[in-house]
Design a binder for this molecule. Structure first.
Ligand SMILES: N[C@@H](CCOP(=O)(O)O)C(=O)O
Length: 436
C-alpha cells in the first residue's frame, strides 16, 4: 500500500514515510492507495475476534508486504490490551459502542497506541529522536501522552487551548513529565492545530528535527480507528439488518475511518455525523457549501473544531461528489442545552450515564431513526468515559459519578505546562528551547 497526497495524487510515499512525515509538503493529507476492497466475507470472518486480532488481520491485509507477521502481531497485541464492547440499550435497535476502556478512557487510545507501537517498530532503525507535535481539544492529548510516555527515541509536545478542556483532561496532558510536555495556548483548538501544521511546513524546524504528528492528520492515527467499527459489526451482525453508526465528530477522523472500512467492504448501511454547535459538516450535508468557521466553545469540548482537518479526506473518499457524500452521511447538531437534556434523557430512559459527546452521538442516532422511520441496528460511538467530565455530568444528572482509579490518581498531581499566546513564532522559540 502506498499513500498519495490529497493535493497531488501522482506523488506517492511508503507507509513508513507517511507515518513519520505526517503531512505532505504540498499541505494535503495522505490517503491510502489503493484502498483495497476486501469483501464482506473477509469482515464476516474476522469480526467476532478481539480488537487486537481484528487489528492484526486488517493490518496484515494492508501492510503485510511491508511488516512481517510476527512484528504485526506484536504491534497490534501491544496496542490493544482492551476491548470495545457494544452495550445494547434497546436490543437490535439502539446500542452504544464503548470506546473508552483503554488507558486514557477515550477512543483516541486506539489510534494513539497503534501509532506508538508502529513508531517503536520503525524507530529501532532510526538514529534521530522523533518529535511528536499534537494539538488537542481534550481527548487526543491524554491518549497520546499515555501512548507515547517513555517510548524510547520519541519526545511529545502537546498544544491545548487554555481553559477549554476539562480538569481531568488537563491533568492527563500536564502531569506525566518525562518525554511528554504541554503547551497551554491562549486560543482555541483551531489555533493549536494551525500552529502544529505550520511547524510541519517550517524548513528550519524540519532541517534540524524529525517532526511527526499524532493527530488524525496522520493517516496511521486514523486507520486503526476503523478496527472498532469491525468489532461492533461482529457484535451485532446476528440481527441481520442494516447497520447505522452515529459518530460524535470534531476533526472528523473517526468518521473518515468508518467510511474507509465501509469502502473496504464492511457492511455499514449509513453514518450519522453528530456535532455540537461546530456544525460545518452537517451544514455542508444540508447545503452543499463547505464553509469552515472559528470554533465555538461548548460543554462537549473535544468536538470544538471549526475547521475539521479530515473534511478533505471524506470528500476524497466520495470522489468529491456531494450527492454520494450526503447519501451516505446524515448530519445532526445540538447546542449545550440540548446536550444536557440528552444526557438526562438517556439516563432516565436507559439508566445510561454518558459524556456530553456520547450523548450527542446518541441524540443524532435517535433523530435519524425518528426522521427516516427505518428499521436499522443503530450504534452510537461512546467516545469518552463520563468521569472525564465529572463535574458536568454530576451537575446534569444530579448524582455522583465514579472515577476509575487510573484517572482519580491524577486529581492531586500538579500541572506543568508552558503558557504561550497563540502565535507561531512564540511557540517555535519556546519549543526549540525545550528540544535542542
Ligand atoms: N477531538 C480532538 C481534536 C483533535 O482531533 P484528532 O482526531 O485530529 O486528534 C481531541 O480530543 O483532541
Amino acid at each position: 500500500m502506498r499513500f498519495y497526497s490529497t493535493n497531488n495524487s501522482q506523488v506517492t510515499v511508503s507507509a513508513e514515510q507517511a507515518l513519520f512525515h505526517s503531512m505532505p509538503a504540498d499541505k494535503g493529507l495522505y490517503m491510502p492507495t489503493p484502498l483495497p476492497y476486501l469483501g464482506v466475507t473477509f469482515f464476516q470472518n474476522i469480526a467476532s475476534e478481539s480488537l487486537a486480532d481484528i487489528g492484526f488481520a486488517l493490518s496484515q491485509a494492508l501492510f503485510g508486504d511491508e511488516i512481517g507477521k510476527a512484528d504485526l502481531e506484536d504491534i497490534t497485541h501491544n496496542a490493544f490490551s482492551f476491548d470495545t464492547p457494544v452495550v445494547e440499550l434497546e436490543p437490535g435497535k439502539l446500542s452504544v459502542l464503548e470506546l473508552f476502556h483503554g488507558p486514557s478512557l477515550a477512543f483516541k487510545d486506539v489510534g494513539a497506541r497503534y501509532m506508538a507501537a508502529l513508531m517503536s517498530y520503525y524507530s529501532k532503525r532510526k538514529d534521530k529522536e522523533v518529535n511528536i507535535l499534537v494539538a488537542t481539544s481534550g481527548d487526543t492529548g491524554g491518549a497520546v501522552a499515555m501512548g507515547f510516555h517513555n517510548v524510547p527515541g520519541v519526545r511529545v509536545s502537546i498544544l491545548y487551548p487554555s481553559g477549554r478542556v476539562s480538569d481531568l483532561q488537563e491533568k492527563q496532558l500536564t502531569t506525566l513529565g518525562g518525554n511528554v510536555q504541554a503547551f497551554e495556548v491562549d486560543g482555541s483548538f483551531d489555533d493549536c492545530q494551525a500552529i502544529v501544521k505550520q511547524a510541519f511546513m517550517d524548513d528550519e524546524l524540519n532541517a534540524n528535527l524529525s517532526l511527526s504528528s499524532a493527530n488524525s492528520i496522520n493517516i496511521f492515527r486514523l486507520i486503526p480507528q476503523g478496527f472498532y467499527y469491525v468489532s461492533a459489526y461482529g457484535q451485532v451482525k446476528k440481527y441481520n439488518r442494516p447497520i447505522v453508526f452515529s459518530t460524535p465528530s470534531g476533526n472528523f477522523g473517526n468518521l473518515s475511518a468508518g467510511v474507509m472500512v465501509q469502502q473496504m467492504g464492511l457492511p455499514v448501511d449509513h453514518f450519522v455525523a453528530a456535532t455540537n454547535l461546530n456544525y460545518v459538516v452537517p451544514s455542508y450535508i444540508k447545503t452543499g457549501i463547505y464553509s469552515p468557521q472559528s470554533s465555538v466553545a461548548t460543554i462537549s469540548n473535544a468536538m470544538d473544531v471549526g475547521s475539521p482537518s479530515n473534511f478533505i479526506r471524506l470528500a476524497h473518499l466520495y470522489g468529491d461528489n456531494y450527492d454520494r457524500f450526503k447519501n451516505n452521511i446524515s448530519g445532526y447538531f445540538y447546542d449545550d442545552e440540548e446536550t444536557r437534556a440528552g444526557m438526562k434523557h438517556f439516563f432516565n430512559m436507559y439508566n445510561y450515564v454518558s459524556c456530553p459527546h456520547t450523548a450527542i452521538g446518541m441524540m443524532g442516532l435517535e433523530a435519524y431513526i425518528r426522521d427516516t422511520k427505518r428499521d436499522v441496528v443503530g450504534i452510537a460511538l461512546a467516545t469518552a468515559h463520563p468521569s472525564k467530565f465529572k463535574s458536568l455530568v454530576e451537575e446534569v444528572l444530579e448524582r455522583p459519578v465514579d472515577v476509575p482509579e487510573r484517572l482519580a490518581v491524577l486529581a492531586d498531581l500538579s500541572k506543568r505546562s508552558i503558557r504561550i499566546p497563540a502565535q507561531y513564532e512564540v511557540f517555535k522559540e519556546s519549543f526549540l528551547h525545550t528540544v535542542l
